[in-house]
Design a protein around this ligand. Structure first.
Ligand SMILES: [Zn+2]
Length: 405
């Protein structure tokens, strides 16, 4: 099926609509804004509705480090990300399955997305043996040989049973040549096709959506082609992958629309492994609906706290020792409402667990507050004001950690 046969194609301001139904139990609608962004969306899943654009905290091992699921919900997290590969290695997907699936296992009854683990596999480049059928590598835990194929990844994910499963893709470093990026793209497309065929063979407790992934490195023509080919496959949503893998920051930002322009306007779009205020703003303007990144959580553990209205705060700094005020005036998180900067400073210096918990609660709340404001601006038709009002924030923050695990 080709794009020009589809109703809506070529209609200014409307864009390409997917010819495929979404998985039972799922729906996506753009409720305000523009079809290609910025847009306010609602993604319905079997475990609840997600308002987009949304940030997904990273819980690689089925837990966002230091937070209970209750705390995670309280900071405004609507959906959490876990990693299929890591959970397959330990404790094993059959263990998670035996304990009722991932929602039950981790005590979180809201939406979950699992990454396939492809990013981790391909970032361990020296350990892998890649062919067109799949990828083999040594386990990062015990050195045992692990084989991942598109089919095997979907079977692991079916056992875990998140709401959204990512397919296995070939994520090449940002520095590779166009020929190598073409190879990775062709392999990713072949694996995507196999994934859409195999999903019909697997059964899950609750319906599971499957997202395809746009690759193509830093090459515009490849990314555009990838998006247009991928939309011909029956995926429930589409991710832009292979970004933030070593290429220049500005190149990454510029490449976002190459991957999104050709995607169906009526399906959710997920920018993988990218966070930060400038990244959010640029991506939302190109119609991205979902993000994940370790920046807020990892930085919290490193005592680096974000703030929406003031500069970043290094909580270990002795200037905070006698400070009775909150981390950020006006923040509605538990850490800011109930604890002083001086106390949190003390917790970090003493390496008390509660310090990282409170820092993580605050940093996640800041990321969610940013996107809550973005959603409110899209709804109110005041995106231009929002954009100029957050410009200084983008200047202040240069993410100090990236990656998607
Ligand atoms: Zn706070």
């Amino acid at each position: 099926m080709i794009g020009s046969d589809i109703e809506g194609v070529g209609t200014p301001g409307v864009g390409f609509h997917s010819p495929f139904p979404m998985q039972d139990g799922f729906a996506f609608s753009v409720v305000a804004g523009e079809p290609h962004g910025p847009r306010l969306g609602q993604l319905t899943t079997p475990h609840g509705v997600i308002e987009t654009p949304a940030f997904m905290p990273v819980g690689t091992q089925g837990t966002v480090k230091g937070l209970t699921p209750h705390q995670l919900g309280d900071v405004g997290s609507q959906i959490v990300l876990a990693n299929a590969y890591h959970l397959a290695v330990r404790p094993g997907e059959e263990t998670v399955d035996a304990l009722g699936g991932l929602h039950s296992f981790m005590g979180w009854d809201r939406p979950i997305l699992t990454d396939s683990g492809g990013f981790q596999v391909f970032s361990l480049a020296e350990l892998r043996d890649l062919d067109d059928d799949g990828v083999s590598f040594r386990s990062h835990v015990d050195g045992a040989l692990v084989r991942l194929t598109p089919e095997r990844v979907l079977e692991i994910e079916a056992a875990l049973n998140p709401d959204i499963a990512m397919v296995l893709d070939h994520c090449a470093p940002g520095s590779v040549s166009e020929a190598e990026a073409r190879d990775a793209l062709e392999r990713t497309m072949a694996w995507a096709e196999r994934s859409t065929r195999h999903r019909d063979q697997i059964s899950t407790r609750t319906p599971m959506a499957v997202f395809g992934i746009v690759q193509g490195g830093v090459h515009e023509s490849l990314r555009r082609e990838a998006a247009e080919r991928l939309r011909e496959l029956p995926f429930d949503g589409y991710a832009v992958g292979g970004v933030s893998v070593g290429e220049e920051r500005q190149t990454m930002l510029r490449s976002i629309p190459w991957g999104t322009d050709g995607l169906p306007v009526d399906r959710p779009r997920y920018l993988m492994g990218v966070g930060g205020f400038e990244e959010f703003r640029v991506a939302v303007e190109h119609g991205i609906d979902m993000f994940d990144c370790v920046i807020p959580t990892r930085n919290a553990r490193g005592a680096y706290l974000f703030r929406l209205n003031d500069g970043p705060l290094r909580i270990r700094n002795s200037a905070h020792k006698l400070d009775p005020g909150p981390i950020e005036e006006g923040c509605d998180c538990l850490a800011c409402l109930e604890f002083s900067r001086g106390f949190i400073h003390h917790l970090y210096l003493r390496k008390e667990m509660l310090g990282c918990t409170l820092g993580t609660i605050h940093n996640l709340r800041v990321f969610h507050r940013y996107l809550e404001k973005a959603r409110a601006a899209i709804l109110a038709g005041t995106w231009a004001e929002f954009r100029s009002g957050t410009a200084s924030l983008e200047e202040q923050y240069r993410p100090v950690a990236a990656g998607s695990n």
